[in-house]
Design a protein around this ligand. Structure first.
Ligand code: RP5
Length: 169
């Protein structure tokens, strides 16, 4: 099946940080086009990707980068598809640089920015799935089941905590 989601990273060195997003897509059975494209080092290839994305059947693009993280903004400038930015954490400025590079887009060219570090990559995948779910009831059902499991897990942890507190008290 032709992927409806693309996951773009600014460098291959970003790949390990994005594995949690790929795991979510695997869990949901969603095919993904995965590419290394840089706003700064491969500007022509990045532009070509963005300009042809819609015609190739993509519906949503995730762009992850660290440092001077212009990748999602540059892609969003060249397609009307929804673009989700994932600010990656590099040691020098601990992700604040990536976050600020992505969030302050000028009016007219939006990028939906996830959190820097933590659950950013997973949430990008889940948001992409939520967007695809608008036109796919099967996927929407899977998303609801996923949320239900998340809730059940927290409730279960709360119950064990209550048990532990009472046992100790
Ligand atoms: C960004 O520069 C990439 O997204 C990566 O996070 C960062 C460092 O890239 P490398 O020097 O490791 O290739 O463009």
């Amino acid at each position: 099946m032709i992927p409806q989601v693309a996951l773009i990273m600014g460098s291959y060195s970003d790949y390990p940080k994005l594995e949690p997003a790929l795991a979510i897509f695997r869990e949901f059975g969603v095919d993904v086009e995965v590419r290394v494209l840089s706003a700064h080092r491969t500007p022509d290839a990045t532009a070509e990707f963005a300009k042809t994305a819609e015609a190739r059947g993509l519906k949503v693009i995730i762009a992850a980068a660290g440092g001077a993280a212009h990748l999602p903004g540059v892609i969003a400038a060249q397609t009307v598809l929804p673009v989700i930015g994932v600010p990656l954490v590099l040691p020098a400025l601990n992700g604040l640089d990536s976050l600020l590079s992505m969030t302050q887009m000028p009016a007219g060219i939006p990028v939906a920015v996830m959190s820097a570090g933590g659950g950013g990559p997973e949430n990008a995948a889940l948001l992409a799935i939520a967007i695809l779910s608008l036109g796919d009831s099967g996927l929407s059902g899977k998303l609801k089941t996923y949320r239900g499991q998340l809730t059940a897990k927290i409730m279960e942890r709360d119950s064990s905590l209550q048990w532990k507190m009472h046992a100790n008290g």
